[in-house]
Design a protein around this ligand. Structure first.
Ligand code: PLP
Length: 380
């Protein structure tokens, strides 16, 4: 059976170029970047070239880029260490952030009850109210860290990172943004967004899994969460995942070199998919923002009407050859809407599925998915 992969927001396949780079690195560059002999020096030089490529990609300096195992690690580190090292005593975030941000904030609340946590309200499309943020910043006399992502991983809604960054700068607040779903798909220039911290993960832009990086503005130095050797200029101990770091830098560069072409493909797929869903199915809703300027182009969150077959929809798609993601938070086998869907007031009796594309997805695959969906959901 032919399989269709529509779960690129979960993880995306390597491109041929990234695959080649990775294989070559595994074959040739086995020296430890911390070793001072020839093999080590070659690895060190490649590590620093990768750092430079990544720094250039977001208009940062090389000294501001640090490699990690994932965006989850980077988000945990930045939020938790900011409390200790930067005396942050107020975190402003939103209920639509990724669980690795929200769970870190929960852990902070438990361990540091003195830290004030504010969850901004979101509207039914996942937008925050910038006036609410401005008023909170204006009236706060605390050391505040704002943690707001760029593109939402479930419902695609974009936050206006430039406006938020400017606001944080004006009010002396730190700004952390999880840009995992936006980097490589939207240009990012840290001199315009005033990020104090940015976090990213390679496998969302056709790089390998288990590697990410963070940007830390030189004005706001935190200390490590993982202790050991002096890697990453004492910021993150542990031998660097050199092969994956090189591949990550190539994947990011390749995404940026093709940003407009890929974006056009994502938009064409998304518009076609949404048009067919809205015209050929009964009572379909698209969650989050859909306007191109307000939503990331590779994610579509679809809310299906409650029917006796809707609970089986994900399963039926899977056995028919389509891999997509459910919009549920599943614990102990009991499914409920994810925190993001709850935050936007999604009716729990409806079923949400997130479909996410890459430039490798084809219109034919979208059409086949529509035909498969028709077998399992009410059409008009
Ligand atoms: N942040 C967002 C917005 C994500 O979509 C994800 C992955 O789904 C993460 C963080 C976590 O990334 P990683 O897989 O590198 O831990």
């Amino acid at each position: 059976m032919r399989r269709i992969y529509l779960d690129n927001a979960s993880s995306s396949p390597l491109t041929d170029h990234v695959k080649e780079v990775l294989i070559k690195s595994y074959e040739d560059h086995f020296g430890n970047p911390s070793s001072i002999h020839h093999h080590g020096r070659v690895s060190r030089s490649l590590l620093e070239q990768a750092r430079k490529k990544i720094a250039n990609a977001i208009n940062a300096s090389v000294g501001e880029i640090f490699f990690t195992s994932s965006a989850t690690e980077a988000n945990n580190m930045i939020l938790k260490r900011s409390i200790i090292d930067l005396n942050v005593d107020h975190i402003i975030t939103s209920p639509t952030e990724h669980p690795c941000v929200l769970k870190s904030v929960e852990a902070i609340k438990f361990e540091h009850p003195e830290v004030e946590i504010t969850l901004l309200k979101v509207d039914n499309k996942g937008n925050i109210n910038l006036l609410e943020l401005e008023s909170l910043l204006q009236n706060s006399n605390k050391t505040t860290l704002v943690s707001l992502m760029y593109a939402n991983n479930e419902i695609a809604t974009l936050h206006d990172v430039v406006a938020i960054g400017q606001m944080c700068k004006n009010h002396g607040a730190l700004y952390h943004s999880d840009v995992v779903q936006a980097i490589g798909k939207r240009p990012i220039d840290v001199s315009k967004t005033y990020f104090s911290f940015l976090t990213s993960s390679a496998h969302k832009y056709h790089g390998p899994k288990g590697v990410g990086f963070f940007y830390m503005n030189m004005d706001n130095i935190i200390t490590p969460m993982i202790h050991g050797g002096a890697q990453e200029r004492n910021m993150r101990a542990g031998t660097e995942n050199l092969h994956s770091i090189i591949a990550m830098s190539e994947a990011l560069q390749e995404s940026l070199d093709n940003i407009e072409d890929r974006r056009m493909i994502h938009c064409t797929l998304k518009n076609h998919f949404i048009h067919r869903l809205l015209t050929e199915f009964d009572d379909i809703k698209i969650n989050g923002e859909t306007e191109t300027s307000k939503a990331i182009d590779h994610i579509v969150s679809v809310s299906f009407p409650p029917t006796d077959r809707v609970d089986m929809l994900m399963f039926n798609l899977d056995i028919s050859g389509v891999s997509a993601s459910s919009g549920s938070a599943c614990s102990s086998g009991i499914e409920s809407d994810s925190p993001v869907l709850l935050a936007i007031g999604h009716p729990s009796e409806r079923k949400t599925i997130r479909f996410s594309f890459s430039h490798m997805t084809t219109l034919e695959e979208i059409d086949l998915t529509i035909e498969i969906l028709k077998k399992h959901t009410p059409t008009v």
